[in-house]
Write a protein of this length. Structure first.
Length: 261
């Protein structure tokens, strides 16, 4: 079960696989009575099932509807031409706060093969950063991609160089930028602010990535002294005040330790 929450303390998005094996979404919020919740209707996002689900809530301006980005590995059904799972994504919007109804944007492919170790981070201006491992790769390497809900403004200019208005349907479209090598996998992604930079951390090293719109520039690499290279999981991170990041990682001879960057 994956959970993403709205920062205003309102609705919570639940993503799961239901009893029929389908990927489902439901929104909930606190009920009118103490210790009660109100559940919205279920929306199926993957009829053949989903795994490795990751969620993040997009940053929003005043008056905007709450939106999340969902990235997952789909499970091909028996009628598919290919039985290889692929990485898919979509925007989920809270269409009605009273009934907790959800609206789904169109599917946007993230990866053409098995998609492992997905980690997401929300950025400003409806952008989201994602890292993952392509299961077709012979070596465990992470891939970084940046997407924006509603497309990229610089891609929507006509011949007169005028920006075109974003349609209602286009608002829920997720458009991904290019793939970039992001170091060893598995890894975790953390952002010190909605403008970046991003810190991508594996079991032994971390690296900064600077973000401008959809452009990404690799920065300084940092070694994590004492970290155990045999660790099978990416270190967990939490952003603290004053531009500080705390990471929980396995160390040699010690189950876990905390380092700050």
């Amino acid at each position: 079960l994956e959970i993403a929450t709205a920062s205003d303390g309102g609705s919570v998005l639940l993503a799961y696989t239901n009893a029929a094996g389908r990927g489902g979404l439901r929104a909930l919020r606190g009920g009118s009575l103490l210790l009660t919740v109100e559940l919205g209707p279920e929306v199926v996002f993957a009829a053949s099932g989903a795994s490795r689900i990751a969620l993040t809530r997009l940053h929003q301006d005043a008056g905007d509807r709450t939106q999340w980005v969902l990235v997952y590995e789909d499970e091909p059904d028996s009628s598919s031409l290919s039985m290889t799972p692929t990485g898919q994504s979509l925007v989920v919007e809270l269409a009605d706060e009273t009934s907790q109804k959800l609206a789904l944007g169109p599917l946007a492919a993230v990866n053409a093969g098995p998609t492992l170790h997905i980690s997401l981070g929300a950025l400003s201006d409806k952008r989201v950063a994602a890292i993952f491992m392509d299961g077709r790769s012979p070596t465990p390497a992470s891939i970084l991609r940046i997407a924006r809900a509603g497309g990229w403004p610089e891609d929507e200019k006509d011949d007169d160089d005028e920006l075109q208005p974003t349609s209602s349907t286009g608002r829920l479209e997720l458009v991904w930028g290019d793939r970039l090598d992001a170091g060893p996998a598995p890894a975790s992604l953390n952002s010190l602010s909605s403008e970046g930079p991003l810190l991508i951390s594996s079991s032994r090293v971390a690296r900064w990535f600077n973000i401008w719109g959809k452009l990404v520039s690799p920065g300084k690499q940092i070694s994590l002294p004492g970290a155990d290279a045999r660790g099978l999981e990416a270190p967990a991170g939490a952003v603290l005040p004053h531009g500080t990041l705390a990471m929980l990682l396995a160390t040699q001879g010690i189950p876990s330790s905390v380092q700050t960057i």
